[in-house]
Design a protein around this ligand. Sequence first.
Ligand SMILES: Cc1cc2nc3c(=O)[nH]c(=O)nc-3n(C[C@H](O)[C@H](O)[C@H](O)COP(=O)(O)O)c2cc1C
Length: 198
Amino acid sequence: VDLFDAIQGRRSIRRYRPDPVPRDDLLRVVEAGLWAPSGQNLQPVRAWILTDRDEIDTLSADLRAYGLKLKRMMWLLKVLVPRFRGGKGERVFRSFRERLFHDAPALILVGADRNASSTYLRDCTLAAMNMQLAAHALGLGSCYVGWISLLDRCPAVKRRLGIEPAVEIVDALTVGQPLATPNAPPRPDPAERTRWLP
Ligand SMILES: Cc1cc2nc3c(=O)[nH]c(=O)nc-3n(C[C@H](O)[C@H](O)[C@H](O)COP(=O)(O)O)c2cc1C
């Protein structure tokens, strides 16, 4: 695969075939993530993979229950957090679907021990990007699911998954055979988004 084609051809896939993803493919995806750069080369990134549909559904339901609580508190958030005012709060919930993980047959959680590196957030997200491209290169679809950030507010759920309290799960990727690939949302002209500094 040409890298530029892969970068432009990767889509966020939200409809999947139920077929399981071979473990070797999932490990190759994780491996691509581990080849991402990391601050001071500390390599703090780790992955947790769920392939049990019931587990994935339960995680989705647990996070959704917490998110719905937040949504009901939106009026309070608007009072307390200026950036939630004027429709912004509602927009946050735009991707808050019935099934946060799109009924995918696999879910990769990307995280790190908070104490392992001062750049663990960036390290994790760079790894997740590599993983999305690797999944695409293997003919798999993936979707970044930002709602995983709610997991840290649900310590009981984290415990159930066997994730240590010191670990923060930073990114989540649904993975599976795509059932439908959407058209690419257009991107801005790079020249318009670029300023050449003297
Ligand atoms: C930080 C972040 C959070 C995202 N969260 C979600 C999400 O919770 N649910 C979802 O379906 N897509 C989510 N996405 C995927 C975006 O909606 C998607 O990347 C965007 O619409 C562009 O489409 P493309 O990836 O096909 O180019 C997220 C993407 C990013 C970068």
